[in-house]
Design a protein around this ligand. Structure first.
Ligand SMILES: [Zn+2]
Ligand SMILES: [Zn+2]
Length: 200
């Protein structure tokens, strides 16, 4: 088939695939990684919990501070793609999107003025997710809209009740309980470590 026809379709598919992978990891972090979980609790759990309590704090982070974990994931994927023999532009684009997903996420927490005209344009063109769309993830009970790259996957997944069904399945199979999100208003005052961090 003509590359002029297939390349845009492949690009769209790669954006959606990267969005799903990043959304899946985000869902695991939000639903199951606690501040005191072994190994990942301090490294991933705490910054993630803090992000729900103080969403704008994230914008102070550098590119590397925001993206290091997703960059590792992207690097492992590229190494695998090279080993398995499918290291083409598609694999590189997928890795670039996964690796930079938290930068794209960060843009959805910044104002248009902070983002400047180019990033704002990309958000207007729906290449990347807008602040308005991402705000739904930060609205209580904060258990929807986990994908942070595009605006196209979240409505489909929410209509399917994908994450809720997955959580029900994990409960039935392994009695795995979703962690309580202390940033929800109905849970009252935040934990002490968040209160200390909020003054930093
Ligand atoms: Zn979240
Ligand atoms: Zn966010």
């Amino acid at each position: 088939m003509n590359a002029w026809f297939t390349a845009p379709l492949e690009t769209a598919g790669i954006f959606l695939a990267a969005d799903f992978v990043v959304g899946f990891v985000h869902w695991i972090e939000d639903a199951y990684i606690r501040e005191n979980s072994p190994v990942v609790g301090g490294l991933i759990g705490r910054p993630n919990i803090l992000h729900h309590h103080l969403p704008r704090r994230f914008t102070r982070k550098s590119w590397w501070e925001s993206c290091w974990d997703q960059m590792i994931l992207a690097g492992v994927f590229l190494a695998f793609a090279s080993w398995a023999g499918f290291l083409g532009w598609q694999a590189v684009l997928f890795a670039a999107l996964v690796g930079n997903a938290n930068q794209i996420h960060k843009w959805a927490h910044r104002s248009r003025r902070e983002n400047g005209p180019w990033i704002s344009l990309l958000q207007d063109l729906k290449v990347f997710q807008s602040a308005r769309h991402h705000a739904r993830h930060h609205t209580d009970p904060k258990s929807t809209h986990y994908c942070v790259i595009t605006e196209f996957l979240n409505p489909v997944l929410e209509r399917l009740r994908f994450w809720t069904r997955l959580e029900c399945l994990l409960w039935k199979l392994f009695h795995l309980r979703r962690r309580i999100d202390t940033s929800n208003r109905r849970h009252g005052a935040p934990p002490v470590w968040i209160r200390i961090a909020s003054h930093a």
